[in-house]
Design a binder for this molecule. Structure first.
Ligand SMILES: O=c1[nH]c(=O)c2[nH]c(=O)[nH]c2[nH]1
Length: 311
């Protein structure tokens, strides 16, 4: 048995209610609106006693955190996931004096109106029937430290599960080779990924929905436009465009599995295969992670606290 020296103490900790699935319907007119959320909350601060002696007097229960999410969906509504998360974080810090910081993560699932042939809808879709949209899950992670004059708020928003593919316009060649290299060089391959992108805002005076729609559209546009020499180069190009066009974004991080599509060998069946039939390999996948940052960006502080999956 090795001998270990030194005192043993409680390390970093936080606690909250994960994955509150709250759906807010706006039904003030016959044309309903929906905001469909997955909200996770966590408090950090002076909670040592809860872990050591088991004294819970400073602990705002996770059950209360959950109730607050649902109560706030009614009380203040969901103007945007960022506004909702910021309001919740401030509320938890007000309600729980021992908390020094609050982290609220919100995913939002988008719904489209179902298109019917009803002439009255004028092609604008049904008033109260929806179909879940593909095309990525909107995310935000809000961290608020302190209260009043000492309050510091960080917002990292993003998109995940954005599955995109180019059937040409992607090359990969000129790479380093050793005795284990078998990969063939190519000037025409499929490029596909399930993108996660998260970007950090400089402040909180942002038109959140507009900014999200614009960055999402820009990411897709640049993925389509950039003639890819590697997924790395595509990600850097996408991130650079976001920072160029959005002065309120300090940095953007990507995590992108390279969803390999291998040309299937049809020669045994006497057929050629000029980029037509592929095996979509599930795993292993190349995992490409990159961030693009603005030199003079303010310090990230706790902005990336407990966001896994990025380098
Ligand atoms: O876009 C790519 N980047 C890589 O680093 C890589 N490595 C590899 O085998 N294929 C690819 N494709």
């Amino acid at each position: 048995m090795p001998t270990h020296h030194g005192a043993i103490r409680l390390g970093q900790n936080q606690y909250g209610k994960a994955e509150n699935r709250v759906v807010r319907i706006y039904r003030d007119t016959p044309r309903h609106q929906i905001r469909d959320l997955n909200v996770s909350t966590a408090l950090r601060g002076s909670f040592a006693e809860a872990h050591t002696s088991g004294d819970q007097q400073d602990v705002l229960p996770t059950d209360t955190q959950k109730n607050t999410v649902f109560a706030y969906a009614k009380k203040i509504g969901v103007a945007s996931i960022e506004e909702f998360a910021l309001a919740l974080a401030d509320r938890y810090l007000e309600a729980c004096p021992a908390a020094e910081g609050a982290r609220v993560e919100v995913d939002e699932y988008a719904w489209d109106r179902i298109q019917t042939d009803d002439p009255e809808s004028g092609g604008a879709g049904h008033d109260h029937a929806f179909v879940r949209s593909g095309g990525g899950v909107r995310t935000t992670v809000v961290n608020v430290d302190g209260r009043g004059e000492d309050r510091v708020a960080h917002v990292v928003s993003g998109i995940k599960d954005l599955v995109v593919l180019k059937s040409t316009g992607s090359e990969f060649h000129g790479f380093l080779k050793d005795e284990y290299t078998t990969l063939k060089e190519t000037t025409d391959r499929i490029l596909a990924t399930s993108l996660v992108a998260r970007w950090r805002y400089v402040g909180t005076e942002v038109d959140w929905d507009k900014s999200y729609d614009s960055i999402r559209a820009l990411l897709l546009q640049r993925f389509a436009e950039i003639h890819s020499l590697a997924l790395q180069q595509t990600l850097n190009g996408m991130g650079t465009s976001v920072l160029e066009q959005h002065g309120d974004v300090a940095e953007i991080k990507f995590s992108a599995p390279n969803k390999h599509h291998f040309l299937y060998d049809l020669a045994p069946f006497g057929m050629d295969n000029p980029g037509e039939v592929f095996h979509a390999a599930d795993r292993p996948y190349g995992l490409i992670e990159a961030s693009v940052v603005r030199d003079e960006a303010p310090d990230a502080g706790n902005a990336w606290h407990a966001i896994p999956g990025f380098c």
